[in-house]
Design a protein around this ligand. Structure first.
Ligand SMILES: [Zn+2]
Length: 289
């Protein structure tokens, strides 16, 4: 199953609430996922809106994820306390909305890398306990691969953390991975390697962020439109289709839904190439040999 959507309210949607954005995602864009962004400070969301999002997304088969505020640091015990509040707030709303994942950034390196990993693992466990105490059981914590050298979150590190904290899942941010390795995602094998690393986790689903990215010396500078970036999409789509991976692809490009639709067109092109037909629906992989 392939799901495609964008991070946040579509740019072309006149209404500026998440409720408006969700309806637009389904009814106008015909996409089937959305990642709701609580990234600029703590957003309040009325119960009524959360309820609407839950029932609408279930009835219309749109998968919901939530992104917690960007500034989270679980690698430092003092800052972790503040981070818990932010994540819990996002997780409670995620639970009300029926979201699958609350996405967080793990934190900044302390003095050494091993110690940073241990602290993050310890604090993620604390956070999970807090979520459980709040009765939040269906929302997974997702930790993102990060795009800057001073930030914890290489593919290998995120994998390590996920092996050590049960129930925490990786969020594969392709733009970040590409920036961090200074443009290493070029060929099919480069994308295959990412899935190889996460394979021991036996995941039945992957949440993946996609954007074009401008980078320098292994550090992300800006998100740019997919077509302006130097990370090719097709080899990645080939890997997904050949393995029939169950994925949700979230466009984090500055063009948001425009690039989500671009991803969708590329997926459909790749399906048509395989089936030899002149039509394809990105949701339906059943005819791929
Ligand atoms: Zn993120």
């Amino acid at each position: 199953m392939i799901r495609i959507g964008q991070a946040g309210i579509p740019l072309s949607c006149k209404g500026r609430t998440n409720k408006d954005g969700l309806r637009y995602t389904k009814e106008i864009l015909d996409l089937n996922a959305m990642e709701i962004q609580f990234v600029r400070g703590l957003h309040a969301m009325e119960d009524e809106e959360a309820e609407f999002i839950r029932s609408y997304s279930q009835e219309n088969d749109v998968e919901i994820h939530v992104h917690a505020p960007y500034y989270i640091n679980l690698a430092n015990d003092d800052e972790a306390a503040l981070s818990y509040e932010k994540v819990l707030h996002s997780a409670k709303l995620a639970d009300k909305m029926g979201a699958k994942t609350v996405v967080i950034h793990p934190g900044y390196y302390d003095d050494d890398e091993k110690k940073t990993l241990r602290t993050i693992v310890k604090n993620l466990k604390v956070l999970q306990k807090m979520m459980k105490k709040e009765g939040i059981e269906k929302v997974n914590l997702g930790i993102e691969t990060m795009g800057k050298q001073k930030v914890f979150g290489s593919v290998e590190e995120i994998f390590e953390v996920c092996t050590k904290v049960k129930g925490v899942i990786p969020v594969i941010d392709l733009g970040h991975i590409h920036a961090r390795c200074n443009g290493c995602l070029k060929e099919r094998e480069d994308f295959e390697r990412i899935f190889e690393i996460f394979k021991p986790l036996n995941l039945s689903h992957y949440l993946i962020h996609i954007t074009g990215v401008l980078y320098e010396n292994g550090n992300e500078l800006y998100h740019i439109p997919i077509k302006k970036g130097d990370m090719p999409l097709m080899p990645f789509i080939d890997v997904i289709l050949d393995n029939k991976y169950n994925v949700t692809l979230i466009s984090e490009s500055p063009l948001l839904e425009h690039d989500a639709v671009y991803i969708r067109l590329q997926v459909e092109k790749a399906i048509m190439k395989r089936t030899g037909k002149e039509e394809a629906d990105y949701r339906d992989l059943s005819e791929i040999p």
